[in-house]
Design a protein around this ligand. Structure first.
Ligand code: SAH
Length: 368
């Protein structure tokens, strides 16, 4: 069976910060001005279980978080926070015993600032080991270019739910006649379908998308969920993301899949919860992270509240939630008159489907 194994790779950003990937791309754009070893990145990686993943991720975000900042003249750069990578799934996306691994990584450039941050991280890891059994970190120097493309080797066509097939843009796939096929090149944005949270959302979309009805996808990444929804018939689909690379990847993936951009099928917008769309969407999907979802509910990011664009009686698919954080999200949802209708889980990750308790037509009845 070993020959049949397909390792998958996926990276999830912790805390909504820009990823190292993004920084690496920005840096690649300025490559010509950089010194000889400018393409080298230091990768610090720690293999973890679910709980330690969070602690290590927080540590990486504390010492190497925020935007990727670089000083081209000095060949230094840091930032981007933690990247979570899981590998070792079978073709159906189930973890393979003995092969499944969870690794948290962060990236730096060599140089005095990089070395200082690396030291802080090593000290932080040492302190964490007093609380958790965390293995030694692996530090290696990699070429930015290799790193940015290496994951493609592991990205294979993936069947989800009843008929969705997510496939790499560059590879042939065996689609069946009724398959909903979405071809993706996530580029530097998140979302290949290899991560459990994306798969949970795709499965929920199969159940909740009604052809001809609008859908809002907040934190679209590669555009994966918007494209699945559009292929399932949602119209129009609105995709938003705070990351400009995600906007670009989504537009390119839409083209690749024959999904017309605004004013037809798909609106792609930089940002978060769109304003001026009050009550418009019977279905909203947001696959981000528990803390970010809570912030979106409570308008903590200078956004309109997450429920504002939700139609009365509409459904909200929320994912990116670690099992132990579901309470935070449910409490925020309850503050906004939502009730849970369904929950899906894969490994430590939960997706929850909520429904607005506001009734459709109430306002009309009052007005009448
Ligand atoms: N929807 C894709 C990607 C999920 S990753 C999938 O299911 O695979 C989460 C995405 O949310 C990232 O692209 C990140 O840039 C974006 N994001 C993070 N914080 C956000 C916020 N406050 N508003 C909108 N998007 C956000």
């Amino acid at each position: 069976m070993v020959g049949g194994r397909a390792a998958s790779r996926c990276a999830l950003r912790f805390g909504g910060v820009d990823s190292a990937t993004q920084g690496a791309l920005r840096n690649a754009e300025g490559r010509n001005q950089l010194p000889m070893n400018a393409d080298e990145l230091i990768e610090i990686a720690v293999e973890v279980d679910g709980e330690a993943a969070e602690a290590v991720g927080e540590l990486f975000n504390r010492y190497n978080g925020g935007d990727w900042i670089e000083d081209s003249a000095a060949g230094e750069a840091s930032g981007g926070g933690a990247v979570l990578e899981s590998t070792g799934y079978d073709d159906c996306g189930n973890p393979i015993d003995g092969a499944y691994r969870l690794v948290v990584k962060t990236y730096l450039k060599p140089g005095p600032r990089g070395r200082r941050i690396q030291r802080q991280i090593e000290e932080g890891l040492w302190r964490l080991r007093l609380l958790y059994p965390i293995p030694e970190s692996t530090v290696r120097t990699i070429q930015e270019e290799d790193w940015a493309h290496a994951w493609k080797r592991y990205y294979k066509p993936l069947r989800i739910g009843k008929r969705v097939l997510l496939a790499p843009a560059w590879e042939e796939s065996d689609a069946r006649p009724n398959d909903v096929v979405v071809r993706l090149d996530p580029g530097m944005a998140f979302g290949t379908g290899m991560h459990p949270t994306t798969r949970l959302c795709v499965a929920a979309l199969e159940d909740y998308v009604h052809p001809g009805e609008p859908l809002l996808d907040i934190g679209t990444g590669s555009g994966v969920l918007s494209l699945v929804a559009a292929k399932l018939g949602a119209r129009p689909v609105w995709a938003t993301d705070i990351d400009p690379l995600a906007i670009r990847a989504t537009q390119e993936n839409a083209q690749r899949n024959g999904i017309a951009l605004a004013p037809n099928a798909l609106y792609v917008q930089k940002g978060s919860v769109p304003a001026d769309q009050s009550g418009r969407f019977p279905l909203i999907v947001a696959n981000i992270l528990a803390e970010v979802l809570v912030g979106l509910f409570d308008a903590a990011y200078d956004n309109v509240p997450l429920v504002e664009p939700l139609a009365p009686g509409g459904h909200l698919i929320l994912a990116g939630i670690l099992e132990k954080k579901i309470g935070l999200v449910l409490a925020a949802a309850a503050r906004h008159s939502l009730r849970e209708v369904e929950r899906k889980q894969e490994e430590d990750w939960v997706a929850v489907i909520m429904q607005s308790e506001r009734e459709g037509g109430t306002e009309a009845a009052v007005a009448g």
